[in-house]
Write a protein that binds this ligand. Structure first.
Ligand code: PLP
Length: 352
């Protein structure tokens, strides 16, 4: 992403990079046929160094931490941001503490620990985890890298929009679909698209679509009910752990971005998310985590309900790899065949 360096507020000598960004944009003809649409692309953020889009934010955050000579970085996270920040802190030689809720996937926390971070599990809700990290920031002066409030995260994330525009030869698609928790990827992209429009490189900002899970949809609920204020979700419940943000601090800004770009907000069930995981795996050879598949689940629903027309050019964000949450999909092995180590047993496969 640092090829866009002149647009990023960091001095060159302070850049901490693991070669994040530059992620592929993939056509998906088999899926398009299945959904009855003409043009769909996936922006495959799973190919970032730690497996999620968070690496763009972490690279900018840790570079800034180096610039201001911070000694220790901290974050509250359900897992991906924790693992990501830990990797960049390791590269920069900084200490890293990650505060996580009890439900965070073990493999994400193991990943963070492997990069040398100290993992701190906090009892209570996601909001309690945030409050604890903020307190540690206040008490010890550690550099707080929460994606919701540290603006350098958004600076890194805006490169998603730059890349999409460049990959579409500066004629961006009609719609970009995001799975939303705090809204950092949507807001970062809004900033990126808007900057390019303001300097005349693109003519129009694409419509931004926010997808949230039924069990935690404060932003989409407000949009669909026409409310100006968000009603917090006290007990979020969904398989999409990255989207369990009951109190998105910048939720109203996400609403503003969606409305300003003539986008929409959708709500999907956990079953629809799992169906999307299977669909994208079987038809396009991509393995994503539930939080990522929510974008495709939302898109399918919007097409089914006639909200998005079949001829629109659509980019769907795939935000994180499925390898870290593989345990959520153990049912996929339910019809595994067991055979004895004998040649005639192979016939069972054909019968099956
Ligand atoms: C894989 C994945 N997708 C989407 C999100 C939601 O991103 P945001 O909080 O920027 O809306 C997260 C957040 O952790 C995530 O891990």
């Amino acid at each position: 992403m640092w090829r866009y360096f002149p647009f990023l507020p960091i001095r060159k000598k302070n850049i901490i990079s693991l070669k994040e960004g530059g992620t592929p944009i993939l056509t998906a003809p088999r899926l398009a046929e299945k959904l009855n649409i003409k043009h769909i692309w996936f922006k495959n953020e799973t190919s970032n160094p730690t497996g999620s889009f968070k690496d763009r934010g972490s690279s900018a955050l840790v570079s800034k931490a180096k610039e201001i000579k911070a000694k220790c970085v901290i974050i509250d996270s359900s897992g991906n941001a924790a693992a990501s920040l830990a990797a960049y802190a390791a590269k920069a030689g900084l200490k890293c503490y990650v505060f996580t809720p009890s439900y965070a996937s073990g493999s994400k926390l193991i990943q963070a620990a492997a990069y040398g971070a100290k993992v701190v599990k906090v009892q209570g809700t996601r909001k309690d985890v945030y409050d604890m990290a903020r307190l540690a920031h206040k008490k010890f002066g550690w550099f707080y890298c929460g994606f919701q409030s540290n603006p350098y995260a958004i600076q890194g994330l805006k490169t998603i929009a730059y890349e999409i525009c460049e990959q579409f030869n500066w004629m961006p698609p009609d719609l970009v679909i995001f799975p939303v928790g705090t809204g950092s990827s949507l807001l970062g992209s809004w900033k990126g698209f808007t900057e390019l429009k303001n300097i005349g490189i693109i003519k129009k900002v694409p419509s931004l679509v926010c997808v949230q899970p039924e069990g935690c949809a404060p932003i989409s609920n407000a949009f669909q009910k026409g409310l100006e204020e968000l009603v917090p979700i006290n007990k979020p419940e969904t398989i999409a752990e990255g989207l369990m943000i009951g109190y998105p601090i910048r939720g109203k800004q996400v609403l503003k971005a969606v409305k300003a770009t003539c986008g929409v907000c959708e709500i999907v069930s956990d079953d629809e998310i799992i169906d999307a995981v299977k669909l994208i795996g079987k038809l396009e050879g991509l393995f994503v985590e539930p939080s990522a598949a929510a974008s495709l689940a939302g898109l399918s629903k919007l097409i089914r309900n006639g909200v998005i027309g079949e001829d629109k050019k659509i980019v769907c964000m795939l935000t994180g790899t499925g390898l870290k949450t593989a345990d959520s999909y153990s049912e996929l092995l339910d019809d595994t065949l067991q055979i004895k180590n004998e040649p005639e047993e192979l016939d069972k496969i054909m019968k099956n």
